[in-house]
Ligand binder design. Structure first.
Ligand code: PDD
Length: 286
């Protein structure tokens, strides 16, 4: 079934939506994006994603073309038009089409391009992988230095994902100066002696919206959290490991570079955080 997508204020069948070859998103990956998950037709952590979108745009000096209410209205319209119960909404804003190629940013009268589309994922919260957990490998982090900006420049994470697939596992944890930064499209955590450890926020990682919510829920449940980096070796010695993202929620990790984590099965802390996150998200969704 063809989807209805959003392009610059218009809703149209996906086959009719097209963007200029001069769009800087296409030529230079000059654009940012957000992924908001949907459970029972409700948008999860929508406000947090809007805050990060505005920060990403402002770091790149791209004028924000819509208000939060307009983004919300478009998200809801797409869910309705595409009959989405569980799934996600992808939103991308690029610097737009200056009519030619130039390294310099164009004048302010070039309007940003806004694209949104849905992906249907029935039973998103019951992903069977959460019962068995992911296996990951460590790979060198060769991305640029502003990973706090959620740009559409995703080639290296894509290469790392392909390396993981080629080696028969689910994902890759990227490592810089010997320490884990994050997964290809998720934030990384270990648990040791009841303490949850995850890398501190900086330009080295994306400031995950799910990360913020999960750390808040962990604190509310009196769990101990340490924000610091860790090595692959430390992760292999941990009791548990997991990742978080808008599409995976809280996903246990059971093996790193061939070494089993703890018992080799998803651990209780990850399972509990996944349960709380999904339960609270269903309540707080808009
Ligand atoms: N990825 N780190 C990276 C590099 C990411 O790409 C993502 C999200 C995260 C988790 O952020 P959040 O909790 O806000 O989703 C961390 C999205 C889901 C994607 O690219 O599909």
């Amino acid at each position: 079934m063809s989807r209805i997508v959003y392009l610059n204020g218009t809703y149209l069948p996906e086959a009719e939506a097209s963007v200029s070859v001069f769009d800087r998103g296409f030529l230079m990956a000059d654009g940012v994006y957000e992924v908001v998950s949907v459970l029972d037709g409700k948008l999860i952590d929508f406000e947090g994603h809007m805050v990060r979108l505005k920060r990403s745009l402002s770091e790149l000096q791209i004028a924000n073309p819509l208000s939060d209410d307009e983004y919300l209205e478009a998200h809801r319209a797409l869910l309705e038009k595409n009959g989405i119960g569980d799934g996600l909404v992808y939103l991308q804003v690029t610097r737009g089409n200056p009519g030619d190629r130039d390294f310099a940013y164009p004048a302010a009268d070039v309007t940003p391009t806004v694209v949104m589309f849905t992906q249907s994922k029935p039973g998103l919260a019951d992903n069977p992988a959460a019962k068995t957990g992911w296996r990951v490998i460590g790979v060198e982090d060769l991305r640029w230095g502003r990973r706090d900006i959620k740009t559409v420049q995703l080639l290296y994470p894509s290469m790392a994902k392909m390396e993981a697939k080629a080696r028969g596992v689910d994902d890759a944890w990227m490592v810089e100066d010997g320490r884990v930064t994050e997964g290809t499209s998720n934030n990384a955590y270990i648990v040791k002696g009841g303490t949850i450890v995850t890398r501190e926020l900086s330009n080295d990682i994306l400031h995950g919206i799910t990360r913020a919510a999960v750390l808040r829920f962990a604190a509310e449940a009196q769990m101990k959290v340490e924000e610091r980096s860790f090595t692959i070796a430390e992760a292999q010695e941990a009791d548990e490991a997991f990742v978080t993202s808008a599409s995976a929620f809280v996903m246990p990790v059971v093996e790193i570079d061939g070494a089993k984590i703890g018992s080799g099965a998803p651990g209780p802390v990850a399972a509990r955080l996944r349960e709380i996150y999904i339960e609270e998200s269903r309540k707080l969704g808009v």
